[in-house]
Write a protein that binds this ligand. Structure first.
Ligand code: G1P
Length: 304
């Protein structure tokens, strides 16, 4: 393991669970996987893959269901399309088309049945190599901004060992949508030691307001724990319960509290906010969108 002073490369493999039915995006998800819906012009899963690559991942294991082949296709080079764009001198588009396949080496693992996030992560185990002491798990519904938290998490693993997750401090009335941490302080204000973790507790039972935010740096021991958990919240095999089991057995678990922003791409309301946020920053679409929105909102306020 690297010393705390160097930039540690704690993982080479990132797992992205993408086998869900996408029910909140029906009817679109009858034919288009939700992970491919564009945030401006780029699918959410590419943003997450880029984040993993930026943090040092070389391999991406996408856990998909048998009918979601389009997600893997997205990471496959398309020589004919590239040739056409090249011939037409569309260099900027060519760069965009090549980006996803060039980020890291992508492969798939199949989850035959939607048995929960813990089960989905477990489906990636046969793809691991002996070199994978730890893996990153990134939930493609969650955009954690600005990027960089995985590197912070790798530093914390180098210092404390074990597994490291990302936490957001959320309002208590929203807490039951998340995995929630029971924490104690460390000498670093933004790093907490985790004493327990519970999936989707009622607000009054939540041990804190620190919620799991879709970024996990998990010691390989998690795969053994995943084989030993029972169905939990929602009748599903929960990643939270595997982490809780590890903690109960003395495995060190910490969280990095991320004070930045976050978008939830998992529902149309959150997705729209992300799209508008990204579009406002886009040099091509931003200025026009901004003035249109200002006008549109003023019009709306006028009629209300
Ligand atoms: C999942 C996890 C939960 C985590 C959340 C973050 O829940 O089970 O622990 O807090 O992602 O987005 P889901 O949103 O899939 O219900």
């Amino acid at each position: 393991m690297s010393s705390p002073t160097s930039t540690p490369i704690a993982f080479r493999t990132a797992i992205v669970p993408a086998a869900g039915l996408g029910t909140r995006f029906l009817p679109t998800t009858k034919a288009v996987p939700k992970e491919l819906l564009p945030v401006v012009d780029t699918p959410g899963i590419e943003l997450v893959a880029a984040e993993a690559a930026e943090a040092g991942a070389q391999r991406l294991i996408i856990v998909t269901s048998p009918d979601k082949g389009a997600v893997a296709d997205y990471f496959t080079p398309q020589p004919e399309l590239e040739r056409t764009l090249e011939e037409r001198g569309k260099d900027a588009l060519l760069e965009k088309v090549r980006r996803a396949p060039g980020l890291l080496s992508a492969e798939t693992a199949t989850q035959e049945q939607a048995l929960g996030l813990g089960h989905a992560v477990g489906c990636a185990e046969p793809n691991l190599t002996d070199a994978d002491d730890a893996v990153a798990v990134l939930l493609p519904d969650d955009l954690v901004l600005p990027t960089g938290v995985l590197r912070r998490m790798a530093e914390v693993r180098a210092r404390h060992g074990g597994s490291v997750l990302c936490a957001f401090d959320v309002p208590r009335e929203q807490i039951s949508a998340y995995g929630v941490f029971d924490v104690t302080d460390t000498d670093d204000e933004d790093v907490k030691q985790v004493r327990g973790m519970v999936e989707k507790p009622a607000p009054e039972q939540a041990p804190s307001t620190f919620a799991a935010a879709g970024r996990y740096l998990l010691d390989r021991a998690v795969f053994d724990a995943l084989r030993r958990i029972e169905p939990g919240a929602g009748g599903e095999l929960q990643l939270t319960d595997a982490v809780a089991l590890l903690i109960s057995e003395g495995h060190p678990v910490h969280v990095v509290v991320h004070r930045g922003g976050r978008h939830d791409l998992g529902n149309p309301g959150g997705f729209l906010k992300a799209a508008v946020d990204f579009a406002l920053k886009d040099p091509e679409y931003g200025p026009d969108l901004r003035s249109w929105l200002v006008e549109r909102i003023a019009e709306n306020d006028g009629v209300s």
